[in-house]
Structures are given as C-alpha cells and as structure tokens.
Design a protein around this ligand. Structure first.
Ligand SMILES: *Cc1c(COP(=O)(O)O)cnc(C)c1O
Length: 410
C-alpha cells in the first residue's frame, strides 16, 4: 500500500466535503473524535448568537420566545433519527452518567422482584460505578454482577432485572450484536439497557428494531457537541406509560409552573427531565447533531470499516517488530469505529505521538486507542499517522522522560 493509493480513495470519497465543516488545527491528525469530537466551524457563531441575542437581549423571555424550553426535545428528535428511536421515546438531558442512574433506577422499579444488574467486566467504569452506587443506595439486596462479554446470554436468569452493556467497548472497539443480545435477554424476562456512547453517529443503530428497552448516549463524542455536552436517553414505547425515574425534579413534573406541593410525573419521556437544561451547551450540541444528520449512515459506516481495516493493515506493514498487538476485532461486523493496539509502553508512546500532532488516546493499562471518524478523517491521514507512529517507535523518541509524566486526563 502506498500514500498515492490512499490519495486516490480520498479523491473518490463522497464524504470528503464534510471535513470542511470542522475547524481542524494545522498539523494535527485527529484520531480522538471518540473522546471529544472536534468543533464544527458553525459552533462559535451559534453560541455567540445565543449569548448575545437570546440571553443578552431576550433575557428570561427567551425560555419562550427563543424556544429554549423546546430545545432539548428538538435535539432529541434529531438524535432519534440517528439511532432508530420512534417519536416521543428520546430525550436530551444531563450527562451519560446521570442518565444511566435514571434509567437503571427505572429498570429496577419496572422489574421489582428481581435484584441483579448484569454487565460485562470490561464495561466503561462510570457505567459500573453508577450501578454499584444505585444498588448500595437502594439497600434492598440489589447487586451488580459482572461476567465476560461472551458470557452475557448464559448469565441472565430470573433474578436479573436489567442487562446494561455498552454497544461498542471503549477499550477495544468490540461491538455487540445488539439484536441477538437483546433477544437473549428478553427470553429470560430481563430488560436491556444499551449505552451508545461510542455508537451514536458512528455505527448504524436501530433501537426499535432491536427491541431495546432503554438506552443512553453521549453528546460530545461522535456527535461533536462540545466538551461536557448534554447526553441523551431512550425509553421504549412499551415502558413509557409506567416508567418511574428515581430523580424527580421540577422540570419532569406534569405541571412545572403550577408549583404544586408534590411531584406528579409528566407523561411520557418528559418525566426524564430533572432540572433546567444547559442552553449554551444544548445550542452547541444541536450544531454537531445537524452535521451528523447530513451524512448518510451507510456511507459513514462503509468508510469507517474501510479506514479501521486500512489502519490495522498499515500498522502491520510499517510498524512490525515493535511489539504492537492489535486489540480490536478482525471481523468488521464486530468492530466499532476505532482501532486499538496493546503495548506495555502505550502511555509514553501516545504522548510522543501527541507531541507530533497525531492525537489518539491511552486507555489503562496498555492500550493505544485510535478513533476513526469518517466525517473529517482522510485516507492519507491514516498513512501520515502510521508514518509518525513508525518513526516514534523506530527512533525510540517515546523513551524521553517528559513523555512518562501522567497528566490528569489521559
Ligand atoms: C464516554 C462515556 C461515558 C461518559 O459519561 P459522562 O457522564 O459524560 O462523563 C459513559 N459511558 C461510556 C461507555 C462512555 O464511553
């Protein structure tokens, strides 16, 4: 494979024009859109307008006049289109962690005779921490049970209230078969909760077709909503009439401005609201979601599969003998939009790459993680990134002391 062959792929890429929608700094190859998506060029002007006009001039009138109150629902309807959620089943609110708490609480209430939240050992820590914390808080014999990713179906039993899985694993990029796992979980009478943090905007998802009961997802990864962007949550239609969320804030009340003495849930997904939505962050999120909606998911997935495969092939071709071990699945159908390699010195190697403008991330204990984001990643970027990786490994440049210092965010 040569750089020219990759340039030919770029010339024929129907998604190539999308790159211009993002502000990408000079000299950077960004392979971390699965941690923090880059800034759309349209975002600063949108935020500035919301601040100067809607807040500055409109003041409190903007909750009505600028549609602030409807903004979360409007963005939710757009995200719904990306993940196969029927109208009225999706809401944008809070963070992924907080939404997990709300939905796990709702799941345990809906399966009140059962005690177990089942997940996989390799799930993202916040998902597991939230489940542990909720079980401890309820103090009624609930527990989080962890098994291997391939042991899930066999581990569901009649004490399992809900199975909570992240569709695409943050560490390896391994992707569950959403339909098959959901069906196996339902066969045992448990509810299925999917975390779409590494899926929404990156891989095709059809929550309704899969029969998923509950889902959460993240606004600042492949949806490019900005640091700490609001997250989303989904509750299947069949659960909505009876769902009970454990956080009962005033904006999830049936009549928030009646200021009644007691909580009465709003009907439907609106009860998933807790408090006031962060309008500035919501405004930024909408810009990112609008861009994601412009790109046909089939094209995004096709390019993503091709780019992750090419990246792995290039690493094999250029970086042999340096101890990198591919940690992502070979089977494209089981791989999300990232490619990972294990190496005992992954941390300093990634720091050395970042110093050269090739930005991926390190995931403890030994993973070099490269997110592939077809909206702005060119095929030649793959070549150039792997060339830098080869140089960093061959020169031993990563062994410099400055690359070993651990920073707060890795
Ligand atoms: C990124 C990510 C989160 C993020 O949670 P926050 O509450 O936004 O910090 C949660 N779960 C998974 C699986 C993630 O990948």
């Amino acid at each position: 494979m040569t750089r020219d062959e990759l340039a030919t792929l770029d010339a024929a890429d129907p998604l190539a024009p999308m790159r211009d929608r993002f502000a990408m700094p000079e000299g950077v190859i960004y392979l971390d859109g699965n941690s923090l998506g880059p800034m759309p060029k349209a975002t600063p002007a949108r935020i500035a307008a919301v601040v100067a006009q809607e807040w500055g001039q409109g003041l409190i009138r903007s909750w009505n006049d600028a549609g602030w109150m409807d903004l979360p629902g409007r963005i939710a309807a757009k995200i719904a289109g990306l993940v196969g959620a029927p109208s009225g089943t999706m809401m944008v609110a809070d963070s992924t962690s907080v939404n997990l708490f709300k939905l796990l609480g709702a799941a345990l209430a809906a399966r009140s005779g059962r005690h177990v939240i089942l997940s996989e050992r390799g799930n993202f820590p916040t998902d597991l921490y939230i489940a542990e914390g909720l079980a401890a808080l309820l103090d009624r014999g609930h527990m989080l049970r962890l098994v291997g990713a391939d042991e899930i179906a066999g581990a569901v039993d009649d004490d399992t209230a809900v199975v909570m899985l992240t569709h695409v694993n943050y560490h390896t990029g391994a992707m569950f078969d959403m339909n098959a796992v959901t069906a196996a979980v339902h066969a045992k009478g448990a509810l299925m909760l999917w975390d779409l943090a590494h899926s929404a905007g990156a891989v095709p998802v059809d929550l309704a077709a899969a029969g998923a009961d509950l889902a959460v997802g993240c606004g600042y990864k492949f949806l490019n909503g900005g640091p700490g962007a609001p997250a989303f949550l989904y509750v299947a239609e069949h659960l909505l009439p009876t769902v009970r969320f454990p956080l009962t804030g005033w904006l999830g009340h049936a009549a928030p401005f009646a200021f009644e003495r007691s909580y009465r849930p709003a009907s439907g997904i609106a009860a998933a609201f807790v408090g006031s939505p962060p309008i500035l962050s919501m405004s930024a999120l909408e810009v990112g979601v609008d861009i994601a909606l412009e790109a046909p998911m089939a094209l995004v997935r096709e390019k993503s599969v091709r780019q992750t495969a090419l990246f792995a092939d290039l690493v094999a071709q250029e970086c042999g003998g340096h101890g990198l071990v591919k940690a992502s699945p070979d089977d494209a159908a089981r791989r999300g939009s990232q490619i990972c390699f294990a190496h005992p010195e992954a941390y300093p190697i990634m720091q050395a790459l970042i110093a050269r403008g090739v930005i991926g991330d390190f995931r403890a204990p030994d993973i070099l993680r490269f997110g592939v984001t077809p909206l702005y990643l060119r095929y030649v970027d793959l070549w150039d990134a792997v060339a830098v990786l080869r140089d960093v490994l061959a020169s031993g440049e990563w062994q410099q002391e400055m690359f070993r210092a651990r920073r707060k965010v890795t």
